[in-house]
Design a protein. Structure first.
Lengths: 111, 114
C-alpha cells in the first residue's frame, strides 16, 4: 500500500513553463522531504518541511507543507531542461527516521 | 553533505548465484543504514533498516533469508541477494543516517540477473 500518492505521474513541458507537483496522503507525517533523482543515481534531497503550513523557497522551487501535515506541493517557476528528473516526496512518521516515499513524478522539460 | 558510496555500481549475474552489495559512509558514522529497491520509473521501496551491531528489521513482504543484511561497523553495511532470480533484477539503493538525522543516499547498484 502506497501511503503517499503523487500527481501527476508524468509531466512533459516546454522550457519556461510553470508546474506544480502534488503529494497527498491520508496519514500525518512529522516531516516531509522532497528529492530529485536522475537516471542511474541516488535521490538528492531538495528540502525538508516540518511545520504545518510551512513554505520554503529554493530559487525557482517553492515547497509547501499542508496545514494538517498530510500533503505537500512543489511548484517550479520557469522550468529549465536541467530540472528534468524524477521528483519524489517522502514522509517520516514519528521519530523513526524511516522514510515512506511517494509514487514519484517524472518531469521532462523540453528546450 | 555527507557521502555514501556503493559497490559495485552495476552487476550482472546468472540465476541461482548470490550477489553482495556494499554500502559505505565515507565521512560520517552511520548508526542506521537503510536499503531500498527501485524498479524502472517507480519509486523507492524500503526493504529493511539496519542498526550497527543489530539484526536488520525487514519491511513486510521482504524475505529476510533471501536478502541478507549485515551492518558490522558504523561505516559499512552489506546486502546479499541469495539465489538471485530474474525478478530480483532492480536498482538497489542504500542510505546512511547518524542518529535521527538526515539520510544520505548512495548512488545505487544496478543488478541484472540473467
Amino acid at each position: 500500500t502506497q501511503l503517499l500518492e503523487q500527481s501527476p505521474q508524468f509531466l512533459s513541458i516546454q522550457e519556461g513553463e510553470n508546474l506544480t507537483v502534488y503529494c497527498n496522503s491520508s496519514s500525518v507525517f512529522s516531516s516531509l522531504q522532497w528529492y530529485r533523482q536522475e537516471p542511474g543515481e541516488g535521490p538528492v534531497l531538495l528540502v525538508t518541511v516540518v511545520t504545518g503550513g510551512e513554505v520554503k523557497k529554493l530559487k525557482r522551487l517553492t515547497f509547501q507543507f499542508g496545514d494538517a501535515r498530510k500533503d505537500s506541493s512543489l511548484h517550479i517557476t520557469a522550468a529549465q531542461p536541467g530540472d528534468t528528473g524524477l521528483y519524489l516526496c517522502a514522509g517520516e512518521r514519528g521519530a523513526t527516521n524511516k522514510l515512506i516515499f511517494g509514487t514519484g513524478t517524472l518531469l521532462a522539460v523540453q528546450p | 553533505g555527507a557521502v555514501v558510496s556503493q559497490h559495485p555500481s552495476w552487476v550482472i549475474c546468472k540465476s541461482g548465484t548470490s550477489v553482495k552489495i556494499e554500502c559505505r559512509s565515507l565521512d560520517f558514522q552511520a548508526t542506521t543504514m537503510f536499503w531500498y529497491r527501485q524498479f524502472p520509473k517507480q519509486s523507492l521501496m524500503l526493504m529493511a533498516t539496519s542498526n550497527e551491531g543489530s539484526k536488520a528489521t525487514y519491511e513486510q513482504g521482504v524475505e529476510k533469508d533471501k536478502f541478507l543484511i549485515n551492518h558490522a561497523s558504523l561505516t559499512l553495511s552489506t546486502l546479499t541477494v541469495t539465489s538471485a532470480h530474474p525478478e530480483d533484477s532492480s536498482f538497489y539503493i542504500c542510505s546512511g543516517a547518524s542518529g535521527y538525522n538526515e539520510q544520505f543516499f548512495g548512488p545505487g547498484t544496478r543488478l541484472t540477473v540473467l
